[in-house]
Design a protein around this ligand. Structure first.
Ligand code: NAP
Length: 338
């Protein structure tokens, strides 16, 4: 074994199932006695933890496409780190790795659970955002699910977030006309002035349907849904005949105890022959290669902007998650550890 590290570290656990919006007492940060890696294992010191909306669903004790977090156990999820000790030739001390063992300072496990990454000329956190799961979600949803073609008009909600900001930029890069919605005047200005969106509006300042009609008076070809509810209803109303919607997320309902009151206009899918398709990024792994080939050069030459909101230290992970639920991030939310 090659090694140079202690094995103790802290981790974040879910200790109570939130009712509605989570509160800090639903979580605890605990000191954990670690261990050296056994045969075939590696010890990893995390650099960045991913903070993602889907984690809210995992806090509920319900059957879903991912199992719920266990009470009293670490919150697993995306993270990048450096190999600190290794018993296998494939993983050298200092290698950058991606894994799913989540919100902890140190992770130990079988080498195959840690994917060795290229050290590019960018922050390792990009593997949790623009070059990782949210990036592939944007790419797969826009092109594979919604079938966006060059020059179409796209509406994306949650537009200033990790997925939404990439959807808009990818559509712009292919000659699309892009409308975005977000939850503050600062985010709206960022979308139009920095990211090149054709139009954007603050959904908190008036009815979404009215603002969308004003931004896209001729209607939209594609809707990329990150929010659900009133946004989805507005998009159904603005979609043209044969329009398509990629249903990616419904964050407006994640902390709500009641079923969403909208959309109330679902019958329009018939007359307008709309296609609304839900999707999971995990079904689109086959696109990873072409996604990196398209997005990598755009990132390198500045055509694509990868904004991040970075919280510091594992103690900040819970606050970062709560901020994500209430719009406290622009671009990808990550926690820098150590
Ligand atoms: P994100 O957009 O970076 O962060 C969440 C954002 O949601 C917040 O910044 C906030 O921005 C907005 N928000 C929170 N509550 C809202 C509400 N009630 N109404 C409208 N907006 C609200 O997160 P992300 O990682 O990019 O994920 C975006 C969506 O994609 C989420 O719904 C997520 O669950 C989904 N997703 C799905 C897949 C999949 O495989 N299907 C994969 C990844 C993500 P504002 O300031 O604009 O309110």
């Amino acid at each position: 074994m090659t090694s140079s590290q202690t094995t103790n570290g802290r981790e974040v656990r879910l200790v109570a199932r939130p009712q509605g919006m989570p509160v800090t007492s639903d979580f605890e940060v605990a000191e954990v006695e670690g261990r050296a890696p056994g045969e075939g294992e590696v010890l990893v010191r995390n650099l960045f933890l991913s903070v993602d909306p889907y984690m809210r669903g995992r806090m509920n004790d319900v059957k879903s496409y991912v199992p719920p977090f266990e009470l009293g156990k670490v919150m697993d999820g995306g993270a990048v780190g450096e190999v600190a000790a290794s018993t296998v030739a494939s993983h050298a001390v200092g290698d950058l790795v991606l894994h799913g063992l989540g919100w902890r300072e140190l992770a130990v496990g079988p080498a195959k659970a840690f994917k060795v990454l290229d050290r590019g000329d960018f922050s390792p956190s990009y593997y949790l955002g623009v070059l990782g799961m949210p990036g592939l979600t944007a790419y797969a949803g826009l092109f594979d699910v919604a079938g966006f073609t060059d020059g179409e008009t796209v509406f994306v909600s949650g537009a200033a977030g990790a997925v939404g900001s990439l959807v808009g930029q990818l559509a712009k890069a292919r000659g699309g006309r892009v409308v975005g919605s977000a939850g503050s005047a600062e985010k709206v200005a960022w979308l139009t002035e920095e990211l090149g969106f054709d139009s954007a509006f603050d959904y908190k300042t008036g009815p979404v349907a009215k603002q969308l009609r004003a931004a896209a008076p001729d209607g939209i070809d594609v809707y990329f849904d990150n929010v659900g509810g009133e946004h989805l209803e507005a998009a159904i109303g603005s979609l043209k005949v044969h329009g398509r919607a990629a249903i990616c997320g419904m964050i407006s309902a994640y902390n709500s105890a009641e079923p969403p009151p909208a959309p109330r206009n679902l019958a329009q899918v018939i007359g307008k022959r709309l296609k609304l398709q839900g999707f999971l990024v995990s079904d689109h792994g086959h696109l990873q290669g072409e996604f990196v080939r398209e997005v990598g050069p755009m990132l390198a030459d500045g055509r694509l902007k990868a904004q991040e909101t970075v919280a510091d230290g594992i103690d900040g992970a819970v606050e970062a998650f709560l901020a994500l639920m209430s719009g406290g991030n622009t671009g990808k939310m990550v926690v820098r550890v150590g």
